[in-house]
Design a binder for this molecule. Structure first.
Ligand SMILES: Cc1cc2nc3c(=O)[nH]c(=O)nc-3n(C[C@H](O)[C@H](O)[C@H](O)COP(=O)(O)OP(=O)(O)OC[C@H]3O[C@@H](n4cnc5c(N)ncnc54)[C@H](O)[C@@H]3O)c2cc1C
Length: 404
């Protein structure tokens, strides 16, 4: 909207104040829109995928150049936030990627290593000996190869959402905590706003639905191309947690494309998070969130083999966190072709948080139909053969997803 214009700024309701929603709200506000942000709250919402103590920040994406390039842009944003925020959100501990066998073309570790090198980054090769010297917590003889990428780490995701929500409010976004979306306010093929659970109508020129794993249940017409998948996260507090802190213990992935295992160094309070980037279990987002029986035993079996000193560590908490899985593992950020005025920003497929610094721009560009070099991958698309992001483990390892 031209500076000095007397036109009434266009309005947008953003539904969902996770990382997709809050970054979209902030960016649209900065582009001059009147923005309201709706979420049942309290924020950051305890059940939101974005709300956690940490998320991996990596550009290691196998042979996928698009996500690596998009992450290079996002890293500039994380550095900027670290410079400007009182509490730097991004902790560059580095990322250790381990492979059971020698890295071979086609493997996630090999392809990530070579693409990073092609992009001028300097991942450091790790073999069984250097692993013992540099990262002694890892059991000898389990991992023959791998690399350490110093340009990676973790971010305090829940704190980031809180900080950005405060920023958005300070810049004029109307944050409506306690307001829950019930359905679209449709007038013919146009979406004229939303109706909230209290029956109120809220009108706007545009609606951005950024409700993560709730998307297929709140917008059932997307139920064929995305679904909610429950993923277990376990939090331990080893007595000797100082031994599991950088530089000798960093963010890690252990043969992730074949096992799903990844985790974090111990936090300042000793909390050490481990999770599995695997098939998970299809769920309804409003059903009780409990990890399956046997999950702890499954995690401890992995620890007994790979991180022996952690196998008996006290478990202090667990959580079932939800992915909004798309059929191809790519985000879903686009205007609805059949509903004028509606933008859907979802489909994180378990790997969206790290792109926080660039998500708002992607979503605002989609709303404004502005050209964006990355947009085509996230555009509205018919369902095809199931696939996932390269780091993701599928039970049969054959590439086609086994959790239908
Ligand atoms: C176990 C796990 C581990 C992960 N690890 C990583 C990682 O290491 N690195 C990484 O980059 N990504 C990771 N991710 C993915 C990352 O968390 C997501 O990509 C990201 O948080 C998705 O954000 P979102 O805004 O789409 O959804 P959410 O954060 O879930 O936000 C959705 C919001 O919608 C709101 N909402 C729901 N219903 C309504 C309604 N009716 N009305 C209004 N609002 C509503 C909710 O309250 C919530 O605040 C992980 C995800 C999981 C589950």
């Amino acid at each position: 909207m031209p500076v000095g214009s007397t036109a009434i700024p266009r309005s947008v309701i953003v539904v969902g104040a996770g990382i997709f929603g809050v970054t979209a709200a902030l960016e649209l506000r900065r582009r001059g829109y009147r923005v309201s942000l709706f979420d049942p709250g309290p924020l950051p919402h305890a059940q939101a995928a974005s709300t956690d103590i940490s998320k991996v920040i990596r550009m290691d994406y196998g042979a996928d150049d698009l996500y690596l390039s998009l992450m290079e842009k996002a890293f500039a944003g994380w550095d900027e936030w670290n410079r400007r925020w009182d509490e730097p959100p991004y902790h560059e501990t580095g990322f250790l990627l381990l492979a059971r066998r020698a890295m071979a073309p086609g493997s996630f570790e090999h392809d990530s290593y070579s693409l990073l090198t092609q992009h001028g980054h300097r991942p450091q090769r790790v073999n069984a000996d250097t692993l013992q010297q540099r990262f002694p917590a890892w059991a000898a003889g389990c991992y023959a190869d791998g690399y350490f990428n110093p340009r990676a780490g973790w971010a305090a995701s829940g704190k980031v959402v809180r900080r950005l929500t405060d920023q958005a409010q300070a810049e004029g976004v109307v944050v409506r905590e306690g307001l829950a979306f019930a359905r679209l306010l449709e007038e013919g093929s146009r979406v004229a706003g939303v109706i909230t659970r209290d029956g109120e109508q809220h009108r706007a020129n545009n609606v951005v639905m950024a409700v993560g794993a709730w998307t297929p249940s709140l917008l059932p017409h997307l139920g064929d191309v995305m679904w909610a998948t429950g993923q277990p996260v376990l939090y331990f507090r080893p007595d000797n947690y100082a031994e599991f802190q950088p530089p000798r213990f960093t963010v890690w992935a252990a043969d992730i494309a074949n096992t799903g295992w990844y985790g974090f160094p111990a936090m300042a309070d000793g909390t050490l998070k481990i999770a599995n980037h695997g098939p998970g279990r299809r769920v309804h987002p409003d059903e009780p969130r409990a990890v399956d029986a046997g999950t702890e035993a499954h995690f401890r079996a992995f620890l007994r083999e790979s991180l022996t000193a952690l196998a008996g560590a006290p478990l202090i908490a667990s959580r079932l966190c939800l992915y909004c899985d798309t059929w191809d593992g790519n985000f879903w950020i686009d205007r609805d072709p059949d509903r004028l005025g509606l933008v859907v920003a979802a489909g994180d497929s378990g790997h969206g948080f790290k792109f926080a610094p660039v998500l708002g721009g992607l979503i605002a560009d989609a709303l404004e139909r502005k050209p964006n070099a990355f947009a085509a991958r996230f555009a509205w698309r018919p369902r095809g053969p199931l696939a996932t992001e390269d780091a993701r483990y599928h039970e049969n390892g054959q590439g086609d997803v086994a959790w239908r």
